[in-house]
Design a binder for this molecule. Structure first.
Ligand code: SF4
Ligand code: SF4
Length: 345
């Protein structure tokens, strides 16, 4: 890994240089919230944001995309090749970079790479930015508070300047051409250490740190806790809409008004929707809230780990904010904490 330091005042030059060749999407303020959106001016970027409502996942796995087009008149099917513009996701937090790394495992690095996802991913540069945890953040519990790979540049704010971790030649060339990067000094490294420690100390201490979560998920699989948690679920699917790692999708064929031509689309789906596990004949494998919520938490905190060696939850805290029924991984951790306290009695 190569490290350089730039002054904070140089950042708009870096953004402007990216904008010459790429579409740049970055966190901007939308009302009381933040969201990633295409920017026209570096001054629109809000790098001090806490969390965006929707994760930058939408740029590699859009909420709806066309996969193919069909034409009954010609009896033909054509691959739909979306025009994928070279893009920079500027200002992604470590948890969201780690979330995209999880999606890569599923869509890009497996035995059957998804061509749509892979094309978007290859056309995307990622510039990360250090952050200060908000009260709902718990990325440190899943080792997602630092991004060790999956970005092109990562900017660590060390007070009036940034320590820049460089991991791609493409981004290094743009950094070199637009700014005046210098070699990091011992003072820079010490400032980096202090900034890292401040971030680590800023996590909400009320969120329980539980060991062996995956094992506990198995141990309490039949506990009435899931009935209580699932009974509260409104099936609004907000949790998966905001989650940076939820990747379930549905496929639907959309006919044009002539009834002859149309397209096949992939759209985000959610395992907390009642019809998600319904099959032909009307049987539903997860017909109640208990089954659906428990399944979602299991995939996040147990099942994905078994297959990919990583938690699927990256602790971004978005579902903690989005779920009005207070159903989220922190509630699961609190349940395990309570069970541990009861065992100790
Ligand atoms: S868990 Fe919460 S956010 Fe998710 S579907 Fe149920 S009520 Fe909605
Ligand atoms: S489950 Fe919740 S906290 Fe975990 S990654 Fe998804 S939205 Fe973030």
């Amino acid at each position: 890994m190569l490290y350089r330091v730039i002054d904070a005042a140089e950042l708009p030059l870096l953004v402007a240089a990216f904008m010459e060749s790429y579409e740049v999407v970055a966190p901007v303020r939308t009302g009381k919230c933040y969201n990633f959106a295409r920017i026209e001016d570096a001054g629109d970027i809000e790098l001090g944001y806490d969390t965006t409502v929707i994760a930058p996942k939408k740029y590699v796995l859009p909420s709806a995309e066309t996969l193919l087009e069909f034409d009954a008149k010609e009896n033909g099917v054509t691959d739909y090749i979306a025009e994928i513009a070279p893009r920079v996701i500027f200002g992604a937090h470590a948890c969201d970079i780690n979330a995209i790394n999880r999606l890569d495992l599923v869509f890009k690095d497996g035995p059957y790479p998804d061509p749509y996802y892979t094309a978007r991913r290859k056309a995307t540069l990622i510039v990360g930015i250090s952050c200060t945890p908000s009260k709902n953040c718990f990325c440190h519990l899943w080792d997602s508070d630092e991004a060790r790979f999956g970005y092109d540049l990562f900017l660590q704010d060390i007070g009036g300047r940034y320590l820049v971790s460089i991991s791609s030649v493409e981004a290094a060339n743009i950094l070199e051409a637009s700014c005046d990067p210098r070699v990091a000094t011992d003072e820079d490294r010490i400032s980096f250490r202090h900034a890292t420690r401040r971030r680590q100390e800023a996590f909400n201490p009320d969120i329980p740190h539980i060991q062996e979560v995956a094992m506990l998920m198995d141990a309490f699989h039949k506990d009435p806790f899931w009935e209580e948690l699932g009974g509260r679920c409104l099936s609004c699917t907000a949790c998966s809409a905001v989650c940076p790692t939820c990747y379930c999708f549905d496929i639907r064929d959309v006919l044009d008004p002539d009834g002859k031509t149309g397209r096949r689309e992939r759209v985000w789906d959610s395992c907390t929707a009642p019809q998600f596990a319904e099959v032909a004949g009307g049987h539903n494998f997860r017909a109640n809230g208990r089954g659906r919520v428990r399944h979602r938490m299991y995939h996040k905190l147990n099942g994905f780990l078994a297959n990919y060696n990583h938690m699927l939850c990256v602790g971004c805290g978005r579902c903690v904010t989005a779920c009005k029924a207070r159903i989220n991984p922190i509630e699961v951790l609190r349940f395990f904490e309570q069970k541990g306290a009861e065992d100790g009695e």
